[in-house]
Design a protein around this ligand. Structure first.
Ligand code: ATP
Length: 199
């Protein structure tokens, strides 16, 4: 599986719709200071569900939308799509290509799509679990990330290894199942109380 394509429209400095295609192997993005190189990696983390404004180098989420220049009006919406080659079927979905899209309006409304079908961020997170591709996944190593990994608490480092060995989805499913069991226990307790009251 590899990153095949990134499309940006209205994201930070990318007012016009642009498409970047990647081949297998190494790709380097070069350009002068301030030309938007880091905005591309911000876009990749954003479409994968990044919610931290600080890590996107802004002060509010709206800052990801093109804010205009002296000769161009600000836009009302930012959209990023990321296409992964899934011919190896590493992602448990029956498609050779998987496109994840996030769209955000100035009103703050955010939408996510998987292969053009509206979905929840939760669906994207679950699909990418144990692949290392999520917004915190080890496939995205930003500036300072190595230092952070080396100096982080052992429990935080453990999370990285758990993702690499592929047990995150099982832990997640266990948590969900435990939540359901607890909710069912509460319901049973309530039913028992009602039965006692009626007797
Ligand atoms: P460097 O090499 O210095 O790290 P870079 O190529 O990584 O630079 P970025 O940090 O990606 O550059 O881009 C910074 C540019 O993006 C700035 O010119 C900034 O004005 C512009 N920019 C950021 N957010 C927006 C926005 N919402 N609307 C318009 N332009 C934006």
């Amino acid at each position: 599986m590899y990153l095949k394509k990134v499309e940006l429209h209205g994201f930070k400095s990318f007012a016009n719709k642009i498409e970047m295609s990647f081949e297998k192997g190494v790709t380097a993005v070069v350009g002068p200071n301030g030309s938007g190189k880091s905005n591309i990696s911000d876009a990749i983390r954003w479409v994968l569900g990044e919610q931290s404004v600080k890590s996107l180098r802004g002060s509010k989420m709206e800052d990801v939308i093109f804010s205009g220049t002296s000769n161009r009006k600000a836009l009302g919406m930012a959209e990023v799509s990321l296409t992964l080659d899934n011919s190896s079927q590493m992602l448990p979905i029956d498609y050779e290509e998987v496109t994840i899209t996030r769209r955000m309006y100035r009103s703050g409304e955010s939408e996510y799509y998987l292969n053009k079908s509206n979905c929840r961020l939760k669906d994207i997170r679950e699909l990418l679990m144990d692949t290392g591709i999520g917004k915190d996944g080890y496939s995205i190593i930003g500036q300072g990330k190595i230092d952070e990994i080396l100096s982080s608490k052992s429990e935080d480092r453990r999370q990285l290894f758990e993702e690499a060995v592929g047990i995150v989805k099982y832990k997640h499913r266990k948590q969900e199942a435990t939540k359901k069991i607890n909710a069912t226990k509460d319901n049973l307790l309530r039913v028992t109380d009602i039965i006692h009251e009626l007797q």
